[in-house]
Design a protein around this ligand. Structure first.
Ligand code: MLT
Length: 318
């Protein structure tokens, strides 16, 4: 087996597809990052064939479990976000152990989130929006992409800071692409989603935007600079950024994970990939989190941070 792994590593990946599994539906923010990254990775390894495969459901845990159990041959990798750190705090039974069942291949980008509402919402500033939410406690709903998704985590933290009398009804979807369609159509009232998905909808006037989730406003972004941060609106310490990373099943040969990490690091320096991210308010990782060991350390620290935040927000957890 060692010989074949070694031989395989020499020709890896060849033209055999490398499936980048996205644990949410197509067209959403995680899918967006994956498609842009697949294009950048293909450029780094001539003849390679990085393809995106959507495996949605259960807040991203179905897709993550699928990769944890996949053959460790370098032809199935997972592109996932903060949910890798959040799900252990939210699921009693999980099909994977974040720190044990994956090889960490490096981090990709940091993406802010925006608090947005359906176009019919009778509010234009964050203050009006917050007052409207309070005045209609228990009557409104908030969409997300399942327990442990970024949109769920954001909604949880925001509502616990809101301390509104009743939590909003939460409406789960297979991803925030279908959730966005429902919001634009007025079927749901509110959502917290990543700027990679919301920027074009805000710019197009199809949804209302009220605030960003980063500590500071995105004051240099042509579309997002008009919105305050939740911290500015009085939610002290509210500072939520969604990070994305790449993972392979545990036991994937080191020569293969090195090939993938090398290609990722080059992709992170690809001007087109950087520009695509920046146009959507996202920032490509430029620090040492692109190293597998630092990636793993970062996720381990995030797991502790998120567990504390979720425990504190407890009563709003689904
Ligand atoms: C999430 O809310 O976790 C994801 O952004 C959903 C998605 O990528 O569709």
């Amino acid at each position: 087996a060692a010989v074949s792994a070694g031989a395989q590593a020499q020709t890896y990946p060849g033209n055999k597809p490398v499936s980048i599994v996205v644990p949410f539906t197509a067209g959403g923010p995680t899918d967006r990052v994956a498609r842009d990254l697949a294009e950048a990775m293909r450029k780094q390894i001539p003849g390679s064939n990085f393809v995106v495969e959507n495996a949605a459901g259960a807040g991203g845990t179905i897709g993550a479990t699928k990769v944890a159990k996949a053959a460790p041959d370098g032809h199935t990798v997972l592109l996932h976000h903060i949910g890798m750190a959040a799900t252990p705090a939210l699921y009693r039974k999980l099909g994977y152990k974040t720190l044990e069942d994956f090889e960490f291949l490096g981090m990709i980008n940091d993406v802010p989130m925006t608090l947005i509402g359906k176009p019919q919402l009778p509010a234009n500033t964050y203050r009006d929006f917050e007052n409207y939410i309070r005045a209609n406690a228990g009557k409104l709903n908030i969409a997300h992409a399942g327990l442990g998704s970024a949109s769920h985590i954001c909604g949880l933290l925001w509502q616990s800071n809101l301390q509104s009398k009743d939590a909003m009804t939460t409406i789960p979807f297979g991803g925030t692409a279908p959730a966005m369609t429902a919001l634009i159509g007025g079927q749901v009232d509110v959502m917290c989603d990543q700027t990679t998905n919301t920027t074009s909808q805000i710019e197009g006037g199809r949804v209302k935007a009220f605030a960003v989730t980063t500590a500071k406003p995105l004051s240099t972004h042509p579309v997002l600079k008009y919105y305050p941060s939740l911290q500015e609106m009085g939610m002290k310490n509210f500072d939520l950024t969604i990070w994305h990373g790449l993972y392979a099943p545990k036991g994937t040969p080191a020569a293969i994970t090195k090939t993938l990490n090398d290609a990722l690091k080059k992709a992170l320096k690809d001007p087109e990939f950087i520009k695509k991210n920046e146009s959507l308010g996202a920032l490509v990782v430029t620090d040492k989190r692109s190293d597998p060991a630092e990636h793993k350390k970062f996720v381990a620290a995030e797991m502790i941070k998120i567990k504390a935040a979720v425990d504190a927000a407890g009563k709003y957890a689904d």
